[in-house]
Design a protein around this ligand. Structure first.
Ligand code: AMP
Length: 116
């Protein structure tokens, strides 16, 4: 792994910095956002550090599908039967701040639309 891909999320995967981890498997990790924007705010990340969605290539289709299924699994685990939102901020205009692909799972209250 190159240094440029070694964000704080890679450090969470390696347990070098603490996080409230709610799910893990061989491909993905899910942990609570440190600055929650809703009663439930969880980040789902691939263990393989794709910097942003715009960098994904066709061979990434399996991990991308797995991340969405992981969001669904964690949402079920969190009891979000009334609905939830999944957000991927991508690049500068998308408001991305951590360049390790992550899906925000937000729920536990009604969410306004449009965002931003
Ligand atoms: P984004 O703006 O889409 O790149 O989202 C990055 C998210 O990471 C923000 O919601 C931050 O609150 C969250 N975050 C930053 N550092 C940590 C951390 N150490 N543990 C958990 N979440 C974090």
């Amino acid at each position: 792994m190159s240094d440029s891909q070694d964000t704080l999320f890679s450090k969470i995967i390696r347990r070098e910095i603490p996080a409230d981890i709610v799910y893990e498997d061989e491909l993905a990790l899910a942990f609570r956002d440190i600055n929650p924007q809703a009663p439930v705010h969880i980040l789902v990340i691939p263990k393989q550090p794709i910097p942003k969605l715009a960098d994904a290539v066709p061979d990434d289709h399996r991990i991308l599908g797995h991340l969405l299924m992981t969001v669904k699994r964690v949402a079920d685990q969190e009891g979000l039967a009334n609905g939830y939102r999944v957000v991927i901020n991508t690049g500068e205009d998308g408001g991305q701040t951590v360049y390790h692909l992550h899906l925000h799972l937000l729920g536990g209250r009604p969410l306004a639309w449009p965002p931003g």
